[in-house]
Structures are given as C-alpha cells and as structure tokens.
Design a protein around this ligand. Structure first.
Ligand code: SF4
Length: 239
C-alpha cells in the first residue's frame, strides 16, 4: 500500500465530536514520504466524478462558492497553525476566486493550480494561485521537468513561496494516461486506489469529506506540529 494511513478506520471522538483524519506517509519510496496530509473521498465528490468520467450525470454545485465551507475550514486550520506552510492543490478556480475575493488568504497557505490538461502547460501563476502544476508526457519538455522522480521532502518547491518562476511553474512526467484522453483526471490514481482498497481507504476519507463540509468547531481544528503540510492528497474542494 502506497499511502500509509494512520489509525485506519479509527473514528476518534473528542468531546463527542469526530476528529479529522490525518494521513501519514511512511514509505520511503513514496513521493510524499515524511509528509502528513488531509484528504477527502474522490468517489463521492461530484466534481471529481465528472472529471473522472465526463459522461457522468454528477452535477457540480456552483452556488455559495464565496463561502465554501471546505475552504473556510482549511483557512481556519492555516490560521490556527501559523508556523506551518500548507499547500493546497486544486483545479477549482471558481471556488478559489470567489472565496478569496471575499475572505483573506492566509500568508501560510500556498495554492497550486493543478492543470488538468496533459501537454498544455501554463507558464505563469495567476490570481490567487501561487504556483501551477503541469503534467507532460515523458518526452515532452524534458528540460523543464523539475518534479519528475523526486520526493517532496528533498525538494519542497511546492511548500515554499518564491518569486522565482522556476519555483512556481512545476512540470511532472505523467505517470499514467488514459488512451485518447488529455484529461489527467480520467486516469485518476485516487479513484482507482479507493475503488481497489475500498474497505480501508474509503471510511477515513469519507469521514473527512463529511466533517469538512460542516463548519469545524474550534476543538476539531487539528494542531499540526510539522513545518509543511498538504491539503487534498486525495480529493478536491467539495462544493
Ligand atoms: S515539485 Fe512539488 S510535488 Fe514535485 S517533488 Fe517538489 S515539492 Fe513535491
């Protein structure tokens, strides 16, 4: 199993309130070795379902994005843990733009635009996005591939703010690509692994999906002792 999840299936309760599940990466061969992260369930998120299968009938909610509760909870976690840099990967430009037009973006939150189209790189960060993550096929733009084959802990490019464009525009070789599709989500590793390891992966990720779509109480906001942390190693912002 690539992603070691701590306290698997344990439903921790504090003061009668459920606790957010935090995943830890302990496998030295995993790209995210040494990191902790909060993830959600891609297989119950309508945006992910639609991106994974464009023929899906899932309907993406586009209302109240300016007060999106999932993002509000992430902002609360950032503000509560100011010593830690949090990086959020997202394709939801609509949520990010509307939300931060209204709310203050924490200084310790780095937002990476996860470009869904393979071999169509974006060369500049924009709006509230600090960085862009591009996927390219193996032999394309080899000189620019600054993420391929590395572990985050040895690199940290995505976890530190920078004025240098080389640090803000990331290129990684696509690991798996669906034949005849340029949409990275159609080859989503998360859907495949959750469906495959249904019994162990789904409960903690779904618990987070449920908890993060309601306003977290102060006591539920996790205290993070790490210097770097990732939001959404699985899943997307939920609307
Ligand atoms: S570029 Fe970002 S995702 Fe790639 S190894 Fe570095 S920190 Fe990790």
């Amino acid at each position: 199993m690539v992603n070691l999840i701590n306290n698997l299936n344990k439903n921790k309760i504090i003061n009668n309130l459920q606790e957010i599940h935090i995943s830890q990466f302990k496998d030295k061969n995993n790209k995210m070795f040494g990191f902790k992260a909060i993830g959600t369930n891609t297989t119950s998120n309508n945006f992910c379902l639609k991106m994974y299968n464009p023929k899906s009938k899932a309907k993406v909610n586009k209302t109240n994005l300016e007060d999106n509760i999932n993002l509000m909870n992430y902002v609360k976690i950032c503000n509560f843990n100011k010593w830690c840099n949090f990086t959020l990967w997202t394709k939801r430009k609509d949520i990010i733009n509307k939300f931060f037009d209204k709310h203050q973006k924490p200084d310790n939150l780095i937002i990476v635009y996860s470009n869904p189209i393979i071999d169509k790189p974006i060369y500049e960060a924009f709006g509230y996005f600090d960085k862009v993550f591009n996927n390219v096929t193996e032999d394309n733009l080899k000189d620019l591939q600054n993420c391929t084959g590395q572990r985050c802990i040895d690199c940290l490019r995505c976890y530190n703010k920078s004025d240098d464009i080389k640090d803000n525009i990331i290129f990684e070789k696509t690991k798996k690509q669906k034949k005849d599709s340029k949409n990275i989500c159609e080859s989503c590793y998360s859907h495949r692994s959750i469906n495959y390891r249904h019994h162990t992966m789904k409960p903690p990720l779904q618990r987070n999906s449920d908890l993060l779509t309601k306003e977290l109480k102060e006591i539920q906001i996790p205290k993070i002792i790490d210097r770097f942390f990732r939001f959404n190693h699985h899943g997307e912002l939920i609307s």
